[in-house]
Design a protein around this ligand. Sequence first.
Ligand code: 13P
Length: 255
Amino acid sequence: MNKDRKLIIAGNWKMNKTVAEAADLIDALLIDLKDVKEIDMVVCPPFTALGEVSKHILSTSIRLGAQNMSQHPSGAYTGEVSAMMLKEFSVRYVILGHSERRQYFNETDALVSVKAHAAHAAALRPIICVGETLEEREKGVTEEIIETQVRGSMDGLDAAKAADTILAYEPVWAIGTGKTASTEQAQEVHAHIRRLLASMYDESTARLVRIQYGGSVKPNNARELMSQPDIDGALVGGASLEARSFAQIIKSCLD
Ligand code: 13P
């Protein structure tokens, strides 16, 4: 696929997979994907499986991501995990502000931006998630909601850090529902985000930022979504839990 930016396809395993199951999944993925170089491939297991998966992907082209991290470097924050702890497992990416964290754990744009700064300081690449609810889409305020989230979650990031940040547009109504945004709906929001980045930074920074789409990405819709000019990858939930479907998604976007 002829793209301006290298595609990045990540699997968000959410709260799934024991250590043994994670080992099986990554081994199966490696069989299918070991020769893929044209697409950046990332898996984001739960914290408890990072160590195991990390050992399996040594010297392969699959990279490791975490699903969240603390904004603090260390200290009395029971239950939290710091950037340095992730780095011990060679984690390269960290998902921040996923809608499930915004919805169930009260994460705000302000918190996401503090975490994004902490991630960059530790040389972890943030994957910052934004997306509107069904109610917001029906009210016709999608673009305003996305703008508030992007500006707030990237607050204070300079152009170099912005260019090294991945954004994920995940309409909340498309997550785990089997309802994908149409390619036109997704492209429209992605183009809006890129225009917004150009106004926050400049055209060349906006051209560098990779914007993933997430929400019911499956083997049968991935290629069409990825062929849109401003869609630079996917953040895959359910279909990343089985090696076959995740590998098919990636392979369908090759060439
Ligand atoms: P699904 O692919 O299961 O809709 O999940 C999308 C998602 O939330 C990825 O972060």
